[in-house]
Design a protein around this ligand. Structure first.
Ligand code: SF4
Length: 333
């Protein structure tokens, strides 16, 4: 196994310490290719490994119900830092820190950062250990570097798919954000949440690029969804069934608000929100998603009907303005 630290020794020690006989492994999509190697390690430690084949997009999606159904003694959740406060059964988090060096790609970012003085650094849990080195390189190049405190997250500089409190807290002090990590998902979140120029320094693809055009495109799509929703008569309110995504009280409040405006609202319980699932209810004009908010943002063109976040619904109901929404954040609590 290469590219990530899977802390094999710690896993073995935890299995021995707990005397675990059956272990459920849960991995996000980008790490599933390592599942068989990790299962072998668990088997070597004397436990029966069971690999969760279901999708897993975040630490909010802990497979506790599945673990209870299977009667396992331990869940090993890979690729995320702990989010839920209390797990109903023993759970260990293996953050899968990247072992890929970031120095080259940070050096590569310098020409694109030439017009900026104050740089905000951010990353995912996979690269938090690389921020110190990245900061050194930037400071040597004459930049002022600011990294947000951990706040609600586990580490300074860390962002997650739906929590950008860290970068928002320093947005007024920086000219640009440099996100270190792979893919556009988190950097788009930074750009949308802070309205600051945002660059991605991707150590996997070894390239640095700006993400602001894509973020602007998403904002335009969101504005169009909100405008369409203002004319809706029937609302579907989605209640997430994943352990860290249940917001039933919020869903009830939304249903009530819709009904107070003389319109209809229905609650839908759902585990995976997909276009196919929502297509089964053609009478619904617009959905309000109280589960993972990034589903709404990252695939608007896939859904036939608008799928709003809770904050976006507040614009439709008249509780806040579009300008206030941009300040508050499209998808953060
Ligand atoms: S709610 Fe969605 S974006 Fe937030 S941590 Fe869970 S999967 Fe990621």
């Amino acid at each position: 196994m290469s590219g990530f630290d899977f802390e094999e020794e710690r896993i073995k020690q935890e299995i021995l310490k707990l005397g675990a006989r059956q272990v459920l492994l849960q991995l996000p999509e980008g790490l599933k290719f390592e599942a068989l190697c990790l299962a072998k390690i668990i088997e070597e430690a004397g436990a029966l490994p069971i690999i969760s084949a279901d999708p897993c997009y975040g630490p909010c999606d802990l497979a506790t119900a599945e673990a209870e159904q299977l009667g396992v003694d331990l869940v090993v959740h890979f690729g995320h830092a702990k989010l839920v406060k209390h797990e109903p059964l023993p759970t260990i988090y293996v953050e899968a820190r990247s072992t890929i060096p970031v120095a080259d790609v940070v050096e590569k970012s310098l020409p694109l950062l030439s017009k900026y003085k104050r740089i905000g650094l951010a990353t995912t849990v996979q690269h938090v250990q690389a921020l110190t080195h990245a900061r050194e390189i930037l400071v040597r190049a004459g930049k002022t570097v600011i990294i947000g405190d951990a706040g609600r997250m586990s580490y300074a500089g860390q962002v997650s798919g739906c929590d950008y409190s860290n970068v928002k807290s320093i947005a007024d002090e920086v000219d640009v954000f440099l996100f270190i990590g792979g893919g556009q998902f988190h950097a788009l979140g930074i750009s949308i949440s802070t309205s600051k120029p945002t660059l991605i320094a991707d150590p996997y693809e070894k390239r640095v690029y700006n993400i602001d055009k894509e973020a602007q495109k998403i904002l335009k799509q969101r504005w169009a969804c909100i405008e369409e929703a203002k004319h809706a008569k029937i609302f579907g309110v989605l209640v997430g069934l994943k352990s860290g995504q249940k917001r039933f009280d919020e869903a009830l409040k939304i249903k009530e608000t819709v009904q107070q405006k003389g319109k209809q609202a229905f609650l839908f319980a759902v585990k995976e929100i997909s276009p196919e699932v929502l297509m089964e209810f053609p009478q619904v004009d617009v959905y309000v998603n109280t589960a993972c908010p990034r589903v709404s943002l990252d695939a608007p063109s896939k859904f036939l009907k608008p799928v709003l976040t809770i904050n976006e619904f507040m614009v439709v109901s008249g509780e806040i303005s579009w300008a206030h929404l941009l300040k508050k954040g499209l998808f953060e609590n």
